[in-house]
Write a new protein. Sequence first.
Length: 758
Amino acid sequence: MQNYFEGLNDQQRIAVEHIDGPLMIVAGAGSGKTKVLTTRIAHLMHRGVDAFNILALTFTNKAAAEMKERVERALGNTEARNLYIGTFHSVFARILRAEATRLGYPSNFTIYDTDDAKAVIKDIVKDMNLDEKHYKPAYIYNRISAAKNSLIDPAIYKQDTTIQQEDARTTRPLIGDIYDAYAKRCFKNGAMDFDDLLFKMYVLLTTFPEALAKYQGRFHYILIDEYQDTNLAQYAIIKMLGARHENICVVGDDAQSIYSFRGATVQNILQFQDDYEDVKIVKLEQNYRSTQTILNVANNVIGNNKNQIPKELWTSNVEGEKIVLARTMTDNDEGRFVADAIKEQQMRNHYSNKDFAILYRTNAQSRSFEESLRRMNIPYKLVGGTSFYQRKEVKDYLAYLRVIVNSQDEENIKRIINYPTRGIGKTSVEKIIVRANELDKTFWEVIADPDMSGVRSAQIDGFVTMIKSFRTMLEKQNAYDVAFAVGKYTGLVQELHNDKSVEGMARYENVQELLNSIKEFTETPDEEGELLDKSLGSYLQQITLLTDADQNNGEDADVVKLMTIHAAKGLEFKCIFAVGLEENLFPSSMSLFDRADLEEERRLFYVAITRAKERLWITYANSRYRFGNLIQNEASRFIEEVPASHLDKTYTGASNRPQAGGYSSLVGQSFDKMPSLKKLADKLASTAPAPHTPTANFAADDATGMEAGMQVEHQKFGFGKIVALEGGAHNRIASIDFGTGHGVKKIMLNYAKLRIVK
């Protein structure tokens, strides 16, 4: 066994050696919290605590696997495999499978991801004859998710006056009824969504005292990572599980609480001292990541929050470079500035592409940076794209596997019953649904019943026989063998293979990659030590519970990363560009009238700052297009909170603008030497084309009949000629020459208001 105390500083060691009683570790950014957590677990086990009595909860599977690996390495044995370490959702899913019958669910219940849940809601909205454009599934899903995370069931939802008033205000008074129908549909399908894994765990512990006593007795020591990100449901469950022994250790940083939109509440960590008597508080303030200059800026910014646990980050690292504050004329100029700065740093300081990250408040801001990076031939990766497991061909394949494991899963049966095409039409499916509702049976029970006349056919019988034959493989065959048989005998893989288009080949490669992942699963020792469980059900649970942070975001590739600040939490880079620091963007316009919301925005800025190890740039633009309009911006109030002594201010104009505009020579000038922006705007206005006055009684014509060569009128740009058309029926783009002043502009015909000039 290695000396697991080696390398701990004094505060870290105090946190590790505390054994009994509640403990709160306030872990500042880059202070080594993972090392403290894993060393504490190793110390507990070294002191004789059984691994089976330790529960450690995280927010990503990646973090859980890393913790388990470190504990195993520190102890020099495999006992760590018996630890209950995992995400809230994965650990609770294990418990719920073991206790499913208490709640009336099958132990092999399906776990619906977000898309699955929205599909169920969409069907319910349709069944209720509601307008899907008004009762949007995504909006309804978010309302239901928020309710579950606040421990509100459908009955309470429909009785709560405040909730009902809110739904009435948005003219969606039937959300409660949709929630009720959704809960019943999921139960009937033997399915839980992600939020149910928390909500049903709470129901289990509050409804069945013997279950609560069982797990209170099982978990003598509970450790929670990123406690500031917990919501009400997680808080309540932890409180119940830890009530007998009160050996609860929470690790977190209130200054990094940025997920209130997911239901997380910073109050959980702020009130921990009030929840438990004799709580031990340890602050980890030594930062091992950043320069002192970066930390000074972070400390000053977060110091403006009133609702916080005071701390002061410090480091023994070098003082470091000043922070560059760059002001640009437009958002496109901002993109060019960042790309130029990356190239300059690569030449001057020999940084690799992967040393850089561009962090923004919203995904929509990525465009100008992507364009500039492409022009400079700088490889980049946009973090947060469509997950592999959300691609249609992958979801189709997984739907077969889920139905084989859980035949009650109506949503996935409907997805595959006629894919690949086998002659079972939409009308037949609707008849089955109606009959199932009349008899209060599941979709599968109806089609599998040989006496069910009126809905059966040779095609349906063939489908049922095929699924039953796959189900017979479950007990004797591992996940890969079953999945391979599904691909072969359904014709699904062959259909994808026959499509020789570029898209078809990509879809075929994706299902091959899915099979590769299943093969790897069956041949790799389970992270939880359950070496024999290579069943299909086990595989499906594992991939369904993958979090965003567990997806492969190209960490090893030499590319610049572009991502929202929310997605960057937990990551670090040598060089960070925090961009778009403008009022109404960052902080968001929706946060300006509430102190709690504004303080969360400031915490978000703090997270962006503390991702940087060596160099930090803060940028903003005088103007940018938002929602189709050119907006003039003020600098973010957060910039004023950065000490001027730590800043290297610069102003950059746009080198591609005509020199007659008078500002291409301003590149690199300091703010103090910059000419008046009003004078600059006056100069630009004097050379701008005269505004167009639309023809009296201007009325837009139907764009579907527009062709190249036609003369048209635009309300803003005036008269022009369509010189080219491109795109399909639903996304036609016209290149229109508006002559002197505006030149050729590309306009999407579906959205433009154009009048054909006869």
